[in-house]
Design a protein around this ligand. Structure first.
Ligand SMILES: Cc1cc2nc3c(=O)[nH]c(=O)nc-3n(C[C@H](O)[C@H](O)[C@H](O)COP(=O)(O)OP(=O)(O)OC[C@H]3O[C@@H](n4cnc5c(N)ncnc54)[C@H](O)[C@@H]3O)c2cc1C
Length: 248
């Protein structure tokens, strides 16, 4: 994809491709909510949306007036609720074509296409204890799991370790509860250590040993996924019970 200014530069004028396969659905942007200085949540109305499981993602397609298209994967942030609406949370990637369009041009009423849900492998239906480990926007599919857990009043154990550069960069910070331990890599409130996620962060969670053991869900960059997978294996988590979604 070329860099520079977003090519989809006409508010409200993103056309739905006439050649879209039947699996593509038209999504209408209904609301934009800032989360951090670099991330925002985009609420979409998707008539006919088939529903999803927490942890799944979709394919999103922008089509410009000249027919040029750009497709990207985005995790679904909202819990399944049958409302016909879903929410995505996008980090603004420097010079990013699609994330740049969403952050600088998109307005409620704009339309584009989505296809999904995708990836049953990373889905969590709420049926087993889940240990969630995310970094940056990797928290997005994990938040869908937490929201689902709360909305359904589930009592199956759910814990999350989430890494962010600092408190201001922690996506959904106001919504995170006792299930979540944040790890700050660059700056932290006084008295809170600064640094990468380590075995020491994981140890108390692994010690909980819920019935049936943890299913681990890891989401973030390639580097984060590799680092955390190693920590998990060293802490005794079975390899076949580590599910990884890489955004890199
Ligand atoms: C399964 C899956 C789920 C995803 N879910 C989310 C999500 O919920 N929220 C979200 O914000 N993103 C998510 N992503 C990433 C997303 O698909 C795009 O890669 C991202 O939005 C960048 O696209 P862009 O068009 O803005 O940037 P591009 O125009 O593709 O890239 C612009 C420049 O930025 C670099 N770059 C691309 N991606 C990144 C990145 N993630 N970090 C740093 N540099 C990058 C490129 O190398 C390039 O130089 C997901 C990816 C996958 C595979």
């Amino acid at each position: 994809m070329p860099g520079g200014a977003p090519r989809f530069a006409v508010p409200g004028r993103i056309a739905v491709s006439e050649q879209a396969e039947s699996v593509w659905r038209t999504a209408t942007l209904t609301e934009i909510r800032p989360e951090t200085p670099h991330a925002a949540t985009f609420r979409l109305a998707v008539p006919g949306w088939a529903g999803h499981l927490p942890g799944q993602h979709l394919m999103l397609r922008l089509t410009a007036e000249d027919g040029y298209t750009a497709q990207r994967h985005y995790s679904i942030a909202s819990a399944p609720d049958g409302s016909g609406h879903i929410e995505l949370t996008l980090d603004r990637v420097p010079d990013g074509e699609v994330s740049g369009w969403f952050h600088t041009v998109a307005r409620p009423g704009d339309t584009f296409e989505v296809r999904g849900p995708l990836s049953g492998f990373f889905a969590w239906p709420g049926d087993r204890p889940a240990l969630l480990l995310g970094a940056g926007s990797g928290v997005v599919p994990l938040m869908s799991m937490i929201r689902h857990h709360r909305a359904r009043g589930l009592d199956v154990p759910l814990r999350m370790l989430v890494s962010a550069r600092g408190p201001g960069e922690l996506i959904y910070s106001a919504e995170l509860g006792a299930e979540t331990t944040p790890v700050f890599t660059r700056s932290a409130p006084t008295g809170t250590p600064v640094g990468r996620m380590t075995a020491a962060h994981l140890a108390p969670l692994m010690a909980e040993r819920p019935p049936g053991g943890w299913e681990a869900y890891v989401c973030g960059s390639n580097g984060f996924a590799e680092h955390v997978s190693r920590l998990l294996v060293r802490a005794g988590q079975p390899v076949d019970r580590i599910r990884i979604e890489r955004f890199g």
